[in-house]
Design a protein around this ligand. Sequence first.
Ligand code: NAD
Length: 248
Amino acid sequence: MGKFNGKVVLITGGARGMGATHAKAFVNEGAKVAITDILVQEGEKLSAELGEQVKFYKHDVTNSSEWETVVTDIEQTFGPINVLVNNAGISLMKPILQMTEEEYRRVIDINQVSVFLGMKSVLPSMQKTKESSIINVSSLAGFRGNNHGSVAYSAAKFAIRGMTKAVALEMALEDIRVNSIHPGLIKTPMTVQKGKEEIIDHLSKKIPMQRAAEPEEVTKLVLFLASSDASFITGQEYILDGGQLASL
Ligand code: NAD
């Protein structure tokens, strides 16, 4: 019997990278999983691979009416939602003097406003069930700036920490837990680009553990926070960074 038998899980940005790894693990533990993303080909392929327990939705996380449509359909297909992983995000790094207002707002919209829309859209569904969990994906950049041009990315990822705590308190009496996770350098299409593998090697040297993590290492934490093993944990921040923040 899987740890998530009968549970309904929604993962945004789940067509590839960490979101796809989380989806596979939830399926292996018996969950019904809704994967949403703007990458239709990748999302449909993954969904077909994972079988009937999975449904892919073309979904832009910045669009509130698409959130409404997706949540309604998930409820009709699988039932009320137990777990939301607000995972979709982009990394647009530019020094402030080069970043346009439009680019800044785009990063905030995709990485921050989406988390607000996600929680707001899914909470009424969670209120129909017992023991729900929201995992908001922030970053190490939610604790510090970096010199690669993180003005917008850090702003959004810092904000997720505050939003997480505020909503955790609002939902504490309803058995809906809300936590944030803060990965450091993880090997995904966001960080490993074909022909540019030396970038991740270079960045790894600055990490006390001298390596980037595999997405599966993050997945283990996501499943823990989603499960009843974390039944008394809410409003917290979980950092997976190979020791980077320890030296601050
Ligand atoms: P990724 O690029 O492989 O995955 C991100 C997914 O989000 C993609 O499938 C993309 O299509 C989707 N997405 C982007 N804009 C969207 C939109 N408007 N609507 C719906 N989906 C959208 O990268 P990843 O590394 O797997 O990133 C997952 C999350 O982890 C992101 O929030 C990212 O900021 C965060 N993160 C990544 C790292 C890392 O080192 N890879 C570190 C810290 C935090």
